[in-house]
Design a protein around this ligand. Structure first.
Ligand SMILES: C[S@@+](CC[C@H](N)C(=O)[O-])C[C@H]1O[C@@H](n2cnc3c(N)ncnc32)[C@H](O)[C@@H]1O
Length: 276
């Protein structure tokens, strides 16, 4: 995540300019299952390493969070409150009372920055992440909270094994996965919803010139080991296709500015509901 995303804290987002003339993106979406496993293990290893070297900075890349001391840890966790309040406002705006939702699944909980606040508002939170190092620290820092179940996703199939939930939530997570993994994650997350359940998920949907070819990507993995955090995209039309396939209806799609402020970039937050 880049530093301008940190403005999340103050709601200081502006929407980027799309002209309406942008071309479609050349993205490979359905590689072989073996390729999907290799992509998953690359992302897993990348985030495990980031969580060991700079855990807070890997979640919010601002200088303040490079150092780990009591005051930076406190202010790091304080940044998550706004995101949780936004979830509650989003649900209410769409005529869903948060109090009616029993279990919330947070996909890509990281250090539990937002989880901590979700746990104040939902009876039970299942917090899952691909990175063992992030999860270890999350559990340690938030051990006093007793309504969070921490789950590590150790392989591609683990997500399918999660219990059914009433609310799925994820921000600044899907964007760090190659498009076939974003595709698979959204599909599986919608499958974990109980009838009538709601998903609030953020995903970058457009960047001019972005393309993805799985074999090419996997053959250049060494170039990606320079510590840069990857950014990927899945077009809106594919997301709407998945929503339809999974018997969900779209309640809202907002431009959220969570990937910064470049022209011809788009990040959207989708709110969808599983049919009863
Ligand atoms: C930028 S951090 C955001 C953490 C949290 N959502 C927040 O806003 O504080 C991204 C997190 O997503 C996790 N992640 C990335 N890809 C994932 C995947 N495919 N499944 C589960 N977690 C994933 C990373 O390990 C990392 O903890």
């Amino acid at each position: 995540m880049r530093s301008d995303e940190y403005k999340e804290k103050n709601g200081e987002f502006s929407v980027n300019s799309m002209t309406g003339y942008e071309p479609g993106l050349d993205i490979e979406l359905d590689p072989d299952i073996e390729v999907l496993h290799r992509l998953f293990h690359h992302i897993q290893e990348t985030w495990r390493a980031l969580g060991e070297v700079s855990p807070m900075w890997s979640v919010l890349s601002v200088d303040e969070f490079k150092e780990e001391d009591k005051s930076s840890i406190d202010s790091f966790y304080a940044t998550g409150e706004n995101a949780a309040l936004q979830v509650l406002a989003t649900l209410r705006r769409n005529n869903i009372e948060p109090e009616t939702l029993g279990t919330c699944l947070e996909f890509g909980c990281g250090l539990g920055r937002i989880t901590r606040w979700l746990a104040e508002n939902f009876p039970k939170v299942v917090a899952c992440d691909i990175s063992s190092s992030h999860l270890e620290q999350a559990k340690k820092n938030l051990e006093m909270i007793d309504n969070i179940d921490w789950v590590q996703l150790t392989n591609l199939d683990d997500l399918q094994r999660l219990q059914k939930v009433d609310l799925v939530y994820t921000v600044i997570v899907l964007q760090h996965n190659p498009p076939p993994l974003i595709d698979q994650a959204i599909r599986t997350l919608l499958q974990t919803l109980n009838p009538g359940g709601v998903a609030v998920f953020q995903v970058p949907t457009y960047r001019m010139g972005y393309r993805f070819d799985a074999e090419e990507y996997l053959s250049n993995l060494d170039e990606r080991k320079n510590g840069d955090i990857e950014m990927h995209f899945l077009p809106q039309h594919r997301i709407f296709e998945i929503i339809g396939d999974e018997q969900c209806v779209t309640l809202e799609v907002l431009e959220d500015g969570r990937i910064g402020h470049r022209d011809h970039d788009l990040s959207n937050t989708f709110v969808v509901r599983k049919l009863d």
